[in-house]
Design a protein around this ligand. Sequence first.
Ligand SMILES: [Zn+2]
Length: 347
Amino acid sequence: MEFKPAKCPNCGGELQVPPEKKIVKCMYCGSDIVVQKAIDEMAEENMASQMDLANTAIKSGNFKEAIEFCNKVLERDSRHIQALIIKGLAVGFLDKPKESLNYFIKVIKLGGDPQLVEEAQNMIASDYNNKGKKLLLRGRNSYKRLEQEAPSTFEEDPDRLRIKYRKDAEETAGNDFLNANDYFKYALVFISDDNKLPILKNRCEVLKEMKNFKYIKWKGFDPEEELEEVLNMIHKEEPDYEIGEGTVRKKAFSGEWMPCFIATAAYNNPFASEVNILRRYRDCYLKKKKLGRWLIGKYYKYSSPLANWISKTERRRLAMRLIIVSFIKFINKYLVTKDENEFKIDS
Ligand SMILES: [Zn+2]
């Protein structure tokens, strides 16, 4: 007969029990104990002590040892969150970020604390930085893996990304957004700082879309808060960056808000594409030239009363619109050479 190690749930006495029996008597306290329960009790205690050993090992830098202890626990319980995190950490410290990422993703999928995962990943990331290792290469690897797993999240074209996610979100009540955001988060941990910008921008797009789906319950997730955070990160690199309506594009103008009074009056809409064109013309062309800056100054001095006058009748507005359209044609034809597309009217 084969015996298994077990522990009496009553007195804690260590026993050897025959697994095929249902109930046995404890040789220490004499109580009837359920065999399976006693075996589980022992296994759990074993796992706890294995985890203690794994913890000690990783703290003293014995990563291989830590992995062995975690493996013993994971053999019994492949969904053991703590073991998955410690193994992910140990593997990461052993320069296998790709593999490490697998464990962390599993933790998240099992409902583990994302904060914990983020901390673990930050530890690995700073370890790489401390060692001065080339994170870029490793980053690319994990990026690629994520790319395979979630190809749509890495589409270059933000418009297609948006349409795809809107569709996905409608179909799956937002799960894909959450996943996409998570994937971007993971990818960011492993990518060197000089390469983070495009992913941050993609993440922005996803978060912006999430924000639009107010009817979806985000399980305590606040896209607006994260969006602000991500935008702040981007603005450190690119102060002009702004997420557009539908597409990612650069801010139409930088610095203070300077409306084109006249064009706004003519179109009765500060966001008319013609108004945007004029703004871009002002910021990309006029502002860069001395005469241009002088003209802008004069314009803002006199345009407000003129705009007022124009806005009074529809006929004046129409006349002004004709002038603006000819003016845009003129600047496109004679003034703009490099950034031609910048000033086209998008219908
Ligand atoms: Zn007992």
